[in-house]
Ligand binder design. Structure first.
Ligand code: SF4
Length: 367
């Protein structure tokens, strides 16, 4: 009789200890499994050579290491790589690996000179409906489990051999709406795979209760907030989530987070011509940033014409005033970074992720 194998990826150390004990094994076998899965990145039980042959055979029968497959891999002219994963239920998500030449700040004396960041998805689709984002066109299908989030990191590391230095929860989905699984996956990446908490960033559209929860739970990972306008009426049009969590509530939550955690917050901002690049908008953004000492990351607007957005988004165009705005913000002593576009030609840039079912004539190149 066939049976469903227990997926081990996504289980934390305590759960693996209990799993080992359920097989009449001592607790340390669970800790060995934890080390093999996340630190040594084993993809089969055969690789786990300090487990007996009998135990490996029993594990193969009852459990599975990986439960997702890379079904397509694309590479941009700028070196950015996009991975399409198929999940056990046939749904698909994407991750993007971005190599940046910018020297990383020396924070621990061992920082790599080049940053290699993996942008992972946390939901299949997204329930929020940001007008500039391709993922919104998919609607919301389901939350990812911790194993499916960690699996993106381990699979990309295995497929590329790249030493991933940073992880951003900034792919498909609103991470803080999948709080428990996102925090569990971050914990596994820190405790198991050895990522420093400051190399992991969660980016939210402004899910305020969870921002406060991150502060209360003293989460050490970094927080970024997609703002895009500090004026209520504009933000409601760009990001309908603002009807639920107002600009003021988001500002209060960020201020609370910064005060409790002692860590700063990065605001993500894309400027659209005639929408949020006016004097009034820039003044509001400066006030918002100063209130909680936020830094601002300016992200270029990327076309999402391929996904056929309708209505308001069809009129969005990149602002020609970005340089002037950045200068003004710097004069106002707001720290501003301007991000370079990566992976635009393969629809891998910010706001461009959306999974279509493969068309009948589409060639899917196995990774
Ligand atoms: S920008 Fe983020 S929160 Fe908004 S629709 Fe896209 S994935 Fe969801």
């Amino acid at each position: 009789m066939s049976h469903v194998k227990i997926p081990l990826l996504g289980q934390d150390e305590g759960e693996l200890v209990r799993f080992a004990q359920s097989l009449d094994q001592p607790a340390y076998r669970g800790r060995q499994l934890f080390e093999w899965l996340y630190k040594k990145k084993a993809s089969t039980f055969e690789e786990m050579t300090n487990l007996s042959a009998d135990l490996r055979s029993m594990l193969s029968e009852k459990a599975a290491v990986h439960n997702m497959t890379v079904v397509k891999r694309q590479e941009s002219v700028d070196g950015t790589k996009k991975f399409l994963f198929e999940l056990p239920d046939g749904l698909r998500v994407e991750s993007v690996l971005i190599r940046s030449e910018r020297k990383q700040k020396e924070e621990d004396g061992q920082a790599p000179s080049v940053r290699t960041t993996l942008c992972v998805s946390t939901q299949v689709g997204c329930p929020l409906d940001c007008t500039f984002c391709a993922t919104a066109s998919m609607g919301f299908l389901r939350n990812l489990r911790a194993g499916e989030i960690v699996g993106q990191v381990l699979s990309v590391a295995a497929a590329t051999g790249v030493d991933i230095s940073n992880i951003v929860f900034m792919g498909m989905g609103e991470p803080l709406m999948n709080y428990d699984e996102v925090m569990k996956s971050a914990g596994i990446l820190i405790d198991g795979a050895g990522f420093a908490p400051r190399r992991i960033t969660v980016s939210t559209a402004g899910w305020v209760d969870r921002i406060r929860q991150m502060a209360d739970e003293e989460r050490k990972i970094k927080l970024a907030v997609s703002l895009h306008s500090a004026i209520e009426a504009t933000r409601r049009k760009l990001m309908p989530v603002t009807k639920r969590h107002s600009v003021r509530e988001i500002s209060d939550a960020i201020e609370y987070y910064v005060r409790r955690s002692g860590r700063d917050v990065m605001l993500e901002q894309t400027f659209f011509a005639g929408v949020n690049d006016t004097d009034e908008e820039v003044s509001a953004l400066i006030r918002f940033s100063r209130r909680a000492s936020c830094r601002v990351n300016v992200i270029p607007f990327h076309s999402i014409g391929n996904t056929g957005p309708t209505g308001f988004s069809a009129t969005l165009r990149p602002s020609p005033l970005v340089e002037t705005i950045v200068r003004r913000m710097r004069e106002a002593k707001v720290p501003v970074f301007v991000r370079k576009s990566s992976g635009v030609d393969i629809d891998a840039a910010c706001g461009q992720l959306a999974v279509r079912s493969p068309a009948p004539d589409e060639t899917v190149v196995p990774a």
